[in-house]
Design a protein around this ligand. Structure first.
Ligand code: SF4
Ligand code: SF4
Length: 62
């Protein structure tokens, strides 16, 4: 399993749903009005990073 390269800052997530509708893997969902990532579905395509209007999704450089 590849470690996901994205990280969601749920403190600033506006729950706009943009990342959820664009993810080709259906890896993102909304839980308690915050974007939530299912790690094992993510293919690290990076589309959601570019989609988030407030930059709440970043590359996880760890
Ligand atoms: S990096 Fe790609 S596959 Fe992973 S959550 Fe974002 S849009 Fe989905
Ligand atoms: S695109 Fe950004 S602000 Fe919108 S739901 Fe996703 S993480 Fe939250």
């Amino acid at each position: 399993m590849v470690k996901p390269k994205i990280k969601i800052n749920i403190k600033i997530c506006l729950a706009c749903g943009g990342c959820i509708s664009i993810c080709p893997q259906d890896a993102l969902s909304m839980i308690s009005s915050k974007a939530y990532l299912e790690d094992e579905k993510c293919i690290n395509c990076g589309i959601c990073i570019k989609t988030c209007p407030i930059g709440a999704i970043k590359e996880d450089k760890k």
